[in-house]
Design a binder for this molecule. Sequence first.
Ligand SMILES: O=C(O)CCC(=O)C(=O)O
Length: 205
Amino acid sequence: MNCLSMSYQPVNLSQEQIQQFQEDGFLIVENFLPTEFSQKLASRMAPLFQGEFETGIYPDEWYWREGLSLPDITREMCNAWKCDRTVASLVLSAEIGRLTATLAGWDGARIGQDSLWMKPPGAQAIAMHQDGAYIDYLSPAQMMTCWIALDRATVADGTLVYVKGSHKWPLADVKGEFHAPKKIIAGRCFRPQKMLALTSLNLSL
Ligand SMILES: O=C(O)CCC(=O)C(=O)O
C-alpha cells in the first residue's frame, strides 16, 4: 500500500492562544505537519484529480476534470478521505479533533467534510464567504475550519484571507460564482504564482 499515515508532535495550546482564537476567530499554528507527510499529501493531489481513487470510492464533490476544464481554474474535491488512505489519516486524525475541541471549548469534535484544493498559477481568487453559508444544517450552528497549506505558500500564492472578528458576524449570502468570482474584492486580488496545494477541514461539535 502506498499510504503514509499522519505523524505529528502534539501541539500544546497555551491559554493565550485559546483566548486569541476566541477573540480573532482564527489561530495560526506554524509547521503543524511534518514536511515528509505534507509532501506525501501534496503528491496525492494530481492522481486524485485524474480520477485515481485508491479505495475505489468516489469523492462527494469534484470540481475540475483533466482535459475538460480550463487549466487556470481552482480545483476542489470534497470528502477525498473516502478515496485515499493518506488523506484519510489527516482528515480523521484524533489530533485535529482534539485541537479543534480545545480551541472551541467543545467536549469533542466531529469531521463534517474535507476539501482538497489546487490553485494553479493565475487562478481567480475564491469568493469571500462564510463556510456556514454552505454548511447550514448544523445544530448548534457552530463549526470550525482547519486550513492547511501543503506547499510552501506566501500571500502571493493565494493563501487564506480572513477578517479578524468576522466569526461574530451574522451569516451573509455569498455574492457571485464561488470558484471564479467576476468581481475582485479589494485586498483579495492576488492570483497564485505557482500551483498551491492545500486542504481544509470543517469540524463541528
Ligand atoms: O483557500 C481558499 O481560498 C478558500 C478555502 C475555503 O473556502 C475553505 O477552506 O472553506
